[in-house]
Design a protein around this ligand. Structure first.
Ligand code: C2G
Length: 154
């Protein structure tokens, strides 16, 4: 039984995450995923939209994933690799070289990220949508006020 292990925040679960997990699942018999806890997200400088519990449930529901666990710190990877008897650690190449120290325990692989999508971009698009919508509502309100003013008796 060959196990592969990876880690991430996996907020606003999107196609980039799905494609990575799919590729990882094709490299081994079992895929275990460390989901960054809310507290560890703060250490990573990330604030996620969904809580750890929700993100863990979403990733666990993905057909490519066999098990999820909490990622609480930078130092736990070696213990996790031993605990899950992982023969491969893999992660997106935005981390290229960062986890080479794990190769004393298992194979370390960096996979190309899916282009043109990220949780950050999704958040930016949503907040822009919000802003545009608010401006649209505001200008409609001004039009209504002007119409009311024009028909109300002086
Ligand atoms: N990913 C990807 N393509 C994207 C976006 C993300 O392949 N367009 C990959 C990342 O490279 C990572 C995984 O999906 O392998 C999860 O991405 P994040 O949730 O951003 O994870 P990150 O914050 O990088 O956490 O200890 C390791 C960290 O916890 C990794």
């Amino acid at each position: 039984m060959k196990t592969i292990i990876t880690y991430g925040t996996f907020d606003l679960f999107h196609i980039g995450h799905v494609r990575l997990l799919k590729r990882l699942s094709e490299m081994a018999d079992k895929l275990v995923v460390g989901i960054s806890s809310d507290e560890f997200n703060e250490i990573k400088g990330k604030s996620s939209f969904f809580s750890y519990k929700e993100r863990a449930e979403i990733v666990a529901s993905c057909k490519y994933v066999d098990e999820v666990f909490s990622e609480d710190n930078w130092e736990q990877k070696k213990d996790d690799i031993l605990k899950y008897e992982a023969s491969i650690f893999a992660i997106g190449d935005d981390w290229q070289g960062e986890f080479d120290y794990l190769n004393e325990l298992c194979e370390v692989i960096y996979l190309e990220r899916t282009k043109d999508i990220s949780t950050t971009d999704i958040k930016k698009s949503l907040s822009k949508l919000n802003k545009d919508k608010l401006e649209e509502i505001e200008s409609s309100m001004h039009e209504i006020i002007n119409v009311v003013k024009s028909i109300s008796p002086q």
